[in-house]
Design a protein around this ligand. Structure first.
Ligand SMILES: Nc1nc2c(ncn2[C@@H]2O[C@H](COP(=O)(O)OP(=O)(O)OP(=O)(O)O)[C@@H](O)[C@H]2O)c(=O)[nH]1
Ligand SMILES: [Mg+2]
Ligand SMILES: [Zn+2]
Length: 357
């Protein structure tokens, strides 16, 4: 057992979790702080313990995203030898960030649970891409957490205002800050959100400086950091697993490994919040399930022509929407198969393509 002086309140256990069913006798609540192949490190306040899923919980879980993730609150039963604990329950989540696992069509993976603010990070010296920021913000908003954009490495720039303005134009209200994790410039934008009971997390490509900022907030070099490759300015995937840390003045921080691709699952809410000008126009399209490509009475195309919607935003939206529709189709197929094992997959009964309003 590793000593870790903290209380569950400091770890973010508030009335949202306290008002859920209390732990069964012999069990204590805790928070998942890291995870390595089926084994979890759970902080139960004074200390942390290694834990595995109880057999019964394992059987109850039917979807992969129901498995505990970093940030989850769980009930554990510590055993008399004090070495290994079992997880009996996962609390209902405040927020949950999921993505599609690369290479496995449609499979959802929980990235982090119960995060209040996700800082979407890019680097001003090259690694920042408006379309990728839109993608991250869509996923963050779908998770129900708040999104804030950080453009890091401002120490390398003479001026940042132009780039900040470019990004602000596509975040639909999410704040954008130019910061330097290494030089400690403007990081109040982050530390002010790091208050007792709050959980913040960093996501973004490898090498943008997530772990450098985490170390600065923790006041010590807890996370390994590595130079980006000179050849292509890419990061080296230094951080390899997600981990939750308790900050010295309260608040929890989750560092994540740089993700090469982050594919969408269900993203309706995220898209609506990230592309408000498009979803507003789409509400007035003639066909409810308009694909906004060439239908008559498409208000999105109309807004595109009048310049209310820009070309790159339109393309970006269509791409993300396509992804989330692929996921839905896959889910539907999977659920039908689960409900009728042995039956041939659906597809023969064609739904009418368009429903007129
Ligand atoms: N100039 C400058 N370099 C920075 C800054 N922040 C981080 N770096 C450097 O960028 C490189 C990558 O930083 P990391 O913190 O390892 O990046 P990361 O986002 O955690 O990367 P992964 O763990 O691979 O996802 C290191 O060499 C850092 O020193 C900054 O504000 N300015
Ligand atoms: Mg890192
Ligand atoms: Zn349309």
């Amino acid at each position: 057992m590793t000593p870790m002086v903290s209380s569950l309140e400091q770890l973010g256990c508030d009335s949202f979790f306290r008002s859920q069913q209390p732990p069964a006798s012999g069990q204590t609540p805790g928070r998942v702080i890291s995870q390595q192949r089926g084994q979890y490190t759970v902080s139960i306040g004074e200390h942390s313990t290694q834990a595995v899923l109880a057999g019964r919980l394992r059987h109850q879980i039917t979807e992969r995203e129901e498995l505990p993730a970093v940030g989850d609150f769980v009930d554990v039963e510590t055993h008399s030898d004090g070495e290994l604990a079992t997880i009996h329950r996962v609390y209902k989540r405040k927020t949950l960030l999921t993505r599609r696992v690369a290479g496995e069509a449609g499979k959802p993976q929980a990235i982090a649970a119960n995060v209040d603010v996700f800082f979407v990070m890019g680097a001003l010296d090259g690694d920042f891409n408006l379309r990728r920021i839109e993608r991250y913000l869509t996923i963050v908003r779908q998770s129900q957490a708040e999104g804030v954009v950080l453009l890091n490495k401002s120490d390398l720039m003479d001026s940042t205002s132009e780039q900040v303005a470019l990004v602000e134009a596509i975040t639909s209200g999410a704040p954008v800050h130019a910061v330097s994790a290494r030089a400690g410039i403007a990081i109040e934008a982050v530390s002010e959100r790091l208050t007792p009971g709050q959980t913040i997390a960093f996501i973004g490509s490898s090498g943008v400086g997530k772990s450098t900022l985490v170390n600065r907030l923790l006041g010590e070099e807890r996370q390994a950091v590595q130079e980006v490759r000179k050849r292509d300015a890419r990061g080296r995937h230094t951080t390899t697993s997600r981990e939750l840390f308790l900050a010295p003045h309260g608040g929890c921080i989750i560092d994540t490994p740089g993700m090469r691709e982050i594919q969408l699952l269900e993203a309706e809410l995220g898209l609506e919040k990230t592309f408000p000008e498009i979803s507003q126009a789409a509400e007035r399209c003639h066909y409810r399930d308009c694909s906004h490509s060439n239908e008559a009475g498409c208000q999105v195309r109309m807004a595109l022509e009048t310049g209310l919607i820009t070309g790159p935003r339109y393309q970006s939206y269509l791409k993300l929407r396509q992804e989330t529709e692929e996921f839905r189709a896959y889910e539907q197929l999977r659920q039908t198969r689960q409900a009728n094992p042995g039956r041939p997959p659906p597809g023969s009964s064609r739904r009418p393509r368009r429903r007129k309003r």
